[in-house]
Ligand binder design. Structure first.
Ligand code: 5RP
Length: 233
């Protein structure tokens, strides 16, 4: 199989998972719109139905890209201040481990994604099956850091066993998150006890948020070429 046909298959699998998530949607719902390539397919599917008048929903976007895409279909967007809670949030993931422990934030949007997922009555993950892992950590864990605290947080992450690497833009400048912070991609450590690691990271001064999403997803819809399976905690 060539690289481009493997990419194509992966895209098809993402689309299958996104399509299945439509069955959770009803008119009148307020929906959290995730970020990334899989979430983009989901917004496309939702948007087509809104544009054709088959669905009437409102959205809360987790990134500028998702916001622009949703607007292009005419999905009305609101802020979290304008609604009590979201009926549903749908988003992709970078790794999915047993118990539905997730790593997210590969696209750099983890803070807003975590806020939106936490605000939803139901949080559903959509993914192709390459995201399934036995334990988290092959994908570097993104950690969002207040710029001033960068040296302090780097030292703490190293003492936990990580190798933190400052995320850069393609042209070499520092990647700045939507909230004006920096991102450290933390590699070199398998996370055998995600809740314990989350507690460690939560306790670090200067860490705004990290990409461990634990106990949040109700289910993951995971597709491969043969089938679609539902993974539950
Ligand atoms: C962005 C995310 C994405 O959901 C995650 O990176 C998966 O992306 P993709 O669907 O492109 O594989 O967490 O911050």
């Amino acid at each position: 199989m060539t690289f481009s046909s493997a990419k194509n298959d992966q895209q098809q699998n993402k689309l299958k998972a996104a399509h299945r998530a439509l069955e959770f949607v009803e008119s009148g719902m307020t929906i959290g719109l995730g970020s990334g390539t899989t979430a983009t397919l989901w917004i496309d599917l939702l948007g087509e139905r809104v544009r054709e008048g088959r669905l009437s929903v409102r959205g809360v976007a987790t990134s500028e890209a998702s916001e622009t895409l949703a607007r292009s279909y005419g999905i009305p967007l609101i802020t979290l201040e304008e609604c009590d809670s979201l009926d549903l949030a749908v988003d992709g993931a970078d790794e999915i481990a047993p118990g539905l422990s997730l790593i997210k934030g590969g696209g750099g949007k983890l803070l807003r994604e975590k806020i939106v997922a936490s605000s939803a009555k139901r949080f559903v993950v959509i993914a192709d099956d390459s995201k399934i892992v036995e334990r988290l950590g092959k994908f570097p864990l993104p950690v969002e850091v207040v710029p001033m605290a960068l040296p302090l947080v780097c030292r703490s992450l190293r003492s936990l066993g990580f190798t933190p690497s400052l995320r850069k833009n393609p042209e070499g400048s520092r990647y700045i998150t939507d909230e004006g912070n920096l991102l450290l991609d933390c590699s070199g450590l398998y996370i055998d006890d995600p809740p314990a690691m989350a507690r460690e990271l939560d306790s670090l001064v200067g860490v705004v948020e990290h990409g461990l999403f634990l106990g949040m997803a109700e289910q993951a819809i995971v597709a491969n070429a043969e089938d679609i399976r539902i993974v539950r905690p």
